[in-house]
Design a protein. Structure first.
Ligand SMILES: Nc1ncnc2c1ncn2[C@@H]1O[C@H](COP(=O)(O)OP(=O)(O)OP(=O)(O)O)[C@@H](O)[C@H]1O
Length: 319
C-alpha cells in the first residue's frame, strides 16, 4: 500500500476571548491529537455532527490554518506549515459553497489561471491548454470559461470548484460537504463525476460530510468524529453495518437517508459538550447508553477492535 497522506498527532486549539494585551480568556480544542493514514487512491469519509471539528481538520490539511501540534506528511514528505506552494501542489480544498468561494469579479478562466501561474509558473499558452483540458474533464462547455461565478447553477458551480482543485494538479482533494447544497439529482451527477475523475487521475479523496448515506456510498473507509476526536475508523461497509462505538451505532441506527442530517435518535440529549469546559473522560459519556464510571474519568484511546477497525470506547459493542 502506498500512502498518500499520514497525519501524526495533528491537533488544533483556538484561543478565544483574547484581549488586546495579555493571555486569551479560554481555549477551544477544535481537533484533539489525531493520527490517520490514507492510502493512495482511497476515499476516506469523515463524518460527524456540526461542531465536531471536520472543517478545522480540513483547513489544516490544505494549509489554510497551522496545526497547534503534529505533522502532515504527503507521499512520504512532511509538509512545512508555512509553505503554501508545497501544500497547493499536493492537496487542494473543494468548498461546500462553490459560488461564494470564487471571486465574483473574475471570469472562470481567470480563476482557474491563478493556481497554474502561482504554483506551476505556466506560460499563457500552457495555461490555456491545461484549462481547456480540465474543463473538458469536468464536462463543462468551453464557452463557460468567460462567464462569472454567479452565472452558474449549483451543480455547474461545484464542477468549477472541482476543476479549480484539479487545475493545480494536486493528487489529493479535500472535499468539504461537496454535495450538501445541491438537489438530490444533481448530487448524483457530481458524485459520479468525482468517481470518474478519481479513476482517471488516480486521485485520493477526503470526503467530509454530515450525510451518512452519501459518505457510505462513496467511501472506502470512514472516520467518525465526535467533539474533535476520531472515535471510530474502519471500512465503510463495516463501520456502518457493525459499528463498535456506541456513537457510530446511534448514527447508523438513525436509518440513513440521503440528505438527512445526523441526529442519533436514542442518544440522551443532542447537545455536544461545552467546548470551553470539556468533560473529563469520554466526551460522549453524557449521551451514551453504555456509559459507566470509567467513561466519566478516563478518555479512551483509539484501539484496534477488529481487522482494519478501530474505536475509542471502554465498552465497545460486540462485532
Ligand atoms: N476560528 C475559531 N475560533 C474559535 N473557535 C473555533 C474556530 N473555528 C472553529 N472553532 C470551534 O471549533 C469547534 C469545531 O468547529 P468546526 O467548524 O471545525 O466543526 P465542523 O464539524 O466543521 O462543524 P460544521 O459542520 O458546522 O462546519 C467548534 O466548537 C467551533 O466553535
Amino acid at each position: 500500500m502506498t500512502l498518500a497522506l499520514r497525519l501524526e498527532n495533528l491537533s488544533k486549539t483556538f484561543a478565544v476571548g483574547k484581549p488586546l494585551i495579555g493571555p486569551p480568556k479560554a481555549h477551544v480544542r477544535a481537533v484533539r491529537p489525531l493520527s490517520l493514514e490514507v492510502a493512495q487512491g482511497e476515499t476516506l469519509g469523515i463524518v460527524g455532527e456540526s461542531g465536531c471539528g471536520k472543517s478545522t481538520l480540513a483547513r489544516m490539511l490544505v494549509g489554510l490554518i497551522p496545526p497547534s501540534t503534529g505533522t502532515i506528511e504527503i507521499e512520504g514528505k512532511a509538509l512545512d506549515n508555512a509553505d503554501a506552494t508545497a501544500f497547493g501542489k499536493l492537496i487542494q480544498y473543494v468548498f461546500q459553497d462553490p459560488i461564494s468561494s470564487l471571486n465574483p469579479r473574475k471570469s472562470i478562466r481567470k480563476i482557474l489561471e491563478v493556481p497554474l501561474k502561482r504554483l506551476h509558473g505556466m506560460s499563457a499558452s500552457e495555461r490555456e491548454t491545461r484549462i481547456r483540458e480540465i474543463f473538458d474533464s469536468v464536462n463543462l462547455r468551453e464557452e463557460f470559461l468567460d462567464r462569472y461565478p454567479h452565472e452558474f447553477s449549483g451543480g455547474q458551480a461545484q464542477r468549477i470548484g472541482i476543476a479549480r482543485g484539479l487545475a493545480a494538479n494536486a493528487r489529493i482533494l479535500v472535499l468539504d460537504e461537496p454535495v450538501s447544497a445541491l438537489d438530490v439529482s444533481v448530487q448524483a451527477q457530481v458524485l459520479n463525476l468525482l468517481a470518474a475523475l478519481k479513476a482517471e487521475y488516480g486521485l485520493t479523496y477526503l470526503f467530509i460530510s454530515h450525510d451518512l448515506a452519501v459518505v457510505e456510498a462513496v467511501s472506502d473507509r470512514v472516520a467518525v468524529m465526535y467533539f474533535g476526536a476520531v472515535v471510530e475508523v474502519g471500512r465503510a461497509d463495516k463501520v456502518f453495518s457493525a459499528p463498535r462505538h456506541p456513537y457510530t451505532n446511534l448514527l447508523a441506527g438513525s436509518a440513513p437517508v440521503v440528505g438527512r442530517p445526523l441526529t442519533p435518535p436514542e442518544a440522551k440529549g443532542t447537545e455536544l459538550p461545552d467546548p470551553l469546559n470539556p468533560p473529563p473522560g469520554c466526551a460522549f459519556a453524557a449521551r451514551c447508553p453504555r456509559a459507566s464510571d470509567i467513561c466519566r474519568t478516563e478518555d479512551p484511546a483509539l484501539t484496534k477492535m477488529g481487522e482494519d477497525q478501530f474505536a475509542a470506547c471502554h465498552h465497545p459493542l460486540d462485532p
